[in-house]
Design a binder for this molecule. Structure first.
Ligand code: ZN
Length: 210
C-alpha cells in the first residue's frame, strides 16, 4: 500500500505559503508507517517546532491500473475519507531551501491522519465535496473541491503515468488555504458535508496532539 499526496492543489493555499501555482500536479509520497488511524493521538515529533495540520479529502483506490485515462478515472475510487497531512513546516522549509526531498517533514510516523471511508456517492455532489477542520472547537480550515486546480480524475490519470495504482492505495488530494500550527493538547476534528439528504456536516475524525 502506498500513500500518494498532492501539493499545492488549491490556488489560495499555494499563495499563502508564497509558492507558485503549479502547471502540473505536484506529487509526493508518504510511507505506510505514516498512517494514523482510529482517531489515535499524534505525538508531537521532537524534530520540529512548527507542526502544521493540512485538511484534505482522501480517495481510496479500489482497482489496479496504469496509465488510466482521465475519462475512466472515476471508476478507480468509490470511497473517500477525511485526512490530515501533518507537516513539520520548519523542517520542510529547510529541506526546500537545500533542494532536498520532503520525506522527513511530510512522511514521519503518524503524519497521515485518516478517517473511516464513506461511499463517494453520499458526499460528492455535482459540484464536488465540501469539508472543514476545527481546532479546539473553532473552524480553522474549509475547502470545496470545486476549487481544486487538478480534479480527482486528473490526479488519478497523472499519478498512474508514473506509479501503478494498487487496490488500497490512498490519494491525499491537497489542502485548501488556512493551514496552521498545532500545540500539545490541541484537538482537531474533521468534517465532510454530506450530499443527501441535505448539506449536513458529518464528523469524520478527531485527533488530539500529545
Ligand atoms: Zn498536503
Amino acid at each position: 500500500m502506498k500513500i500518494i499526496c498532492i501539493g499545492r492543489n488549491y490556488a489560495d493555499h499555494a499563495k499563502e505559503l508564497n509558492n507558485p501555482i503549479p502547471k502540473e500536479p505536484l506529487i509526493f509520497m508518504k510511507p505506510s508507517s505514516a498512517l494514523l488511524v482510529n482517531n489515535k493521538p499524534l505525538y508531537y515529533p521532537e524534530f520540529t517546532k512548527d507542526l502544521h495540520y493540512e485538511a484534505e479529502i482522501v480517495l481510496k483506490i479500489d482497482r489496479n491500473g496504469r496509465h488510466v485515462e482521465e475519462e475512466f478515472a472515476s471508476k478507480y475510487y468509490s470511497q473517500i475519507a477525511f485526512g490530515i497531512d501533518f507537516t513539520a513546516r520548519d523542517l520542510q522549509s529547510k529541506l526546500k531551501e537545500k533542494g532536498h526531498p520532503w520525506e522527513k517533514a511530510k512522511g514521519f510516523d503518524g503524519s497521515a491522519g485518516i478517517s473511516e471511508f464513506i461511499p463517494k456517492a453520499n458526499v460528492i455532489g455535482p459540484e464536488g465535496v465540501e469539508f472543514f477542520l476545527t481546532k479546539n472547537g473553532e473552524e480553522v480550515q474549509r475547502g470545496h473541491t470545486k476549487d481544486l486546480l487538478f480534479s480527482f480524475d486528473r490526479l488519478i490519470a497523472e499519478v498512474s503515468r508514473y506509479f501503478k495504482l494498487h487496490q488500497g492505495d490512498l490519494l491525499y488530494t491537497g489542502t485548501p488555504a488556512g493551514v496552521g500550527p498545532v500545540q500539545i493538547g490541541d484537538q482537531l476534528e474533521g468534517f465532510i458535508l454530506q450530499e443527501h439528504p441535505e448539506k449536513k456536516p458529518v464528523q469524520m475524525m478527531t485527533c488530539t496532539i500529545k
